[in-house]
Structures are given as structure tokens and as C-alpha cells.
Design a protein around this ligand. Structure first.
Ligand code: COA
Length: 310
């Protein structure tokens, strides 16, 4: 079978400017900064006031294009991971195509729902489609307006989430060293442990147990597929749900916590946006080529693990 060798050509990110602190939450519900910080590691989150998931996705896409000087006319595939679109159709990807002025091109554009694992799923879909040689350049985005689906009366879930978007543009690489590997999967939650119907409902402890169980397993599976060890990985980019979850994974894998990138203190859990947004934040400070391991989990239940050169 043909190897999937993929290069990330550009990354972009966007978070709305309005910040909501833990103290702001304590003014509207029975909670406090100390509880939120010690249970989750989150101090602030950014909240969209007049923007939709589409608006944030567009800002992140534009950021990727402008920062890198990428020729947007090369894009022939747009995949957006989101569970918070303001409309059911057109997809966010369709709207991005129009707003980027690419309606005259024959582009395939669609959204996917794999909750917080969405970006890693979208990356596998886009990589696979590029590997068929039918597509040359994919714009892959994770964008979430979580504040629009939060139950603002539920102190256990409301404090966890924030709004943001992250984007990556990928192309095929002729270097075999750029081969990408995935270990994505799902375990259907038909009992309502983590549902959005129409607002977020969650049995927090059950989700926590799922996360700390699946993350080390998915990491070791994707490393096995790539025939690598964790020592071959330069940077680990985990889904930003909870500091304690990441701490538990680090402990399980006998790794220092510093190996795991984090920005959840500032942004909270931004679902499908968390991995690409953090990837972009990292690339802004670190231009050199690195081998990254992306690891996400979320509603569905789903998980996504990828090894990719960034
Ligand atoms: N402020 C203050 N107290 C709170 C609170 C809040 N925001 N939320 C819950 N509590 C209270 C509970 O009511 C409970 O009180 P009680 O002991 O009097 O009944 C107590 O704190 C402990 O609640 P519990 O739910 O057992 O806490 P926890 O240690 O499991 O932490 C989460 C809760 C949500 C932080 C944790 O379970 C978690 O992070 N789960 C994973 C969630 C997640 O990542 N979801 C997204 C997946 S992509």
C-alpha cells in the first residue's frame, strides 16, 4: 500500500478577545477559582460574543494563509471538525470556501463530528484523500463555539469549556520520513455519559476514567504502528481537557509532565479546536521541523492519535 507522507505547510489559530475568568464564574454560579484551578488547571477561557464557529474557523484559516504566504488557490479540499456550527447546512467548510473566494474551484468541502477528537479524525480523512492523489492541498480546521452549547446553570460542565479555532494546511510530501500514522477509534456511548442534547450533559467522573484509560493506550498503539518509541517524539500535543488528566497520562507513561504541551490554563477545553490551536501556538514560537504526537479524546466516545512531522 502507498505510504501516506504528509507535510504541514501552514498553521493558524484564533481565539475571541473576551476573557472569562474563574472569578467571573463565581459571580453567576456556586463555584470558586480555587475549586476550578485545583480540579482542572483552568484559570480563564475565551468566549465568542458575536462570532460563530464559522467566523472563528475563517479567522484561523486566514491566519494560516497569511502567516505562511500560502497560495489559497492550491486548496482543493476543506475538512472542518466542529460540533457547534450555527447552521446544519451549508457546512462550515462550504462557507469557508465561499469566504476565501474559492467558489470557482472544484473543491470538496465538508464538516465532520467526532467531538474533541475531531481534528485528528479530520487530519486522517484529509491525509487519506491526499494519498489517493485526487487532492493536492487540504485545509483542515477545528473550530468550536462551546459557549453556545453550555448549560450555564451546570457548574460541573460550564467552567470547563472555551471558544477557539485552529487550522492546518497539508500537502503530500515526497519524503518518506514524512509518513503519518493514526490510531483513531470509537466506543459508542449509548448511555448518555457525554451528550449534547441540546446542551452539554456529562457524568464527569466517567469521562475522566475513559480519558485516563484511552490516552496512554492510543499513544502506545500509534507509536507501535509507526515503529517508534516515545523518545523519538519531539513534542506531544494533547487535547486540553484537564490538567489532572494529562498529569495522569504522564505518570502512567513515566514521562515528565513538561513533555506535554498545555495552554488550557488560558483557554479551557475548546473541543475540536484545542489540538490545532495549540499546534499553531507552538509553531509560532518553534519554527524548526519536529516529530509531533497528537492525542485527543472526547464525546462519542472517540479518540484520535497521530504522529506527524510539523
Ligand atoms: N465548583 C465547585 N464545586 C463543584 C463544581 C464547581 N464548578 N463542580 C462540581 N462541584 C462539586 C460537586 O457538586 C461535588 O460536590 P459534593 O461532593 O458535595 O457532591 C464535588 O464538587 C466533587 O464533584 P466531582 O464531580 O466528583 O468532581 P471531580 O473531582 O470528578 O471533578 C470534573 C469534576 C468535571 C472536573 C472532572 O470529573 C473531569 O474533569 N472530568 C472530565 C471532564 C472532561 O474532560 N470532559 C470533556 C471531555 S472532552
Amino acid at each position: 500500500m502507498k505510504k501516506m507522507a504528509i507535510k504541514i505547510k501552514a498553521t493558524g489559530g484564533y481565539a475571541p478577545s473576551k476573557i472569562m475568568t474563574n472569578d467571573d464564574f463565581s459571580k453567576i454560579m456556586d463555584t470558586n477559582d480555587e475549586w476550578i484551578r485545583t480540579r482542572t488547571g483552568i484559570k480563564r477561557r475565551h468566549i465568542a460574543e458575536n462570532e460563530t464557529s464559522f467566523d472563528m474557523a475563517y479567522h484561523a484559516a486566514l491566519d494560516a494563509i497569511t502567516k505562511s504566504g500560502y497560495d489559497k488557490n492550491k486548496i482543493d479540499l476543506i475538512v472542518v471538525a466542529s460540533i457547534t456550527s450555527h447552521v446544519k447546512t451549508p457546512s462550515i467548510a462550504n462557507l469557508i470556501q465561499a469566504k476565501l473566494g474559492l467558489n470557482d474551484k472544484n473543491i470538496v468541502a465538508f464538516d465532520i463530528n467526532a467531538a474533541c477528537s475531531g481534528f485528528v479524525y479530520a487530519l486522517e480523512i484529509a491525509s487519506s484523500m491526499i494519498a489517493t492523489n485526487n487532492y493536492k492541498s487540504a485545509l483542515v480546521i477545528g473550530s468550536e463555539h462551546m459557549s453556545s452549547i453550555i448549560d450555564w446553570e451546570d457548574r460541573q460542565t460550564a467552567i470547563l469549556f472555551g471558544d477557539a479555532a485552529g487550522a492546518a494546511i497539508i500537502e503530500a510530501s515526497d519524503n518518506e520520513k514524512d509518513e503519518v500514522f493514526f490510531y483513531n477509534g470509537s466506543r459508542g456511548d449509548d448511555t448518555g455519559i457525554l451528550w449534547i442534547d441540546p446542551k452539554v450533559k456529562m457524568a464527569g467522573r466517567e469521562v475522566y476514567k475513559f480519558a485516563v484509560d484511552i490516552m496512554p493506550k492510543a499513544i502506545s498503539k500509534v507509536l507501535e504502528k509507526a515503529n517508534l518509541t516515545i523518545n523519538d517524539i519531539d513534542v506531544i500535543i494533547p487535547h486540553q481537557a484537564n490538567y489532572r488528566i494529562i498529569q495522569s497520562v504522564a505518570k502512567d507513561m513515566e514521562l515528565p509532565i513538561e513533555r506535554f504541551l498545555m495552554n488550557l490554563e488560558e483557554y479551557g477545553n475548546t473541543s475540536a479546536a484545542s489540538i490545532p490551536f495549540l499546534l499553531d501556538e507552538h509553531k509560532t514560537h518553534n519554527k524548526k521541523s519536529q516529530k509531533a504526537l497528537l492525542i485527543g479524546f472526547g464525546g462519542g466516545f472517540t479518540w484520535g492519535a497521530a504522529i506527524i512531522n510539523i
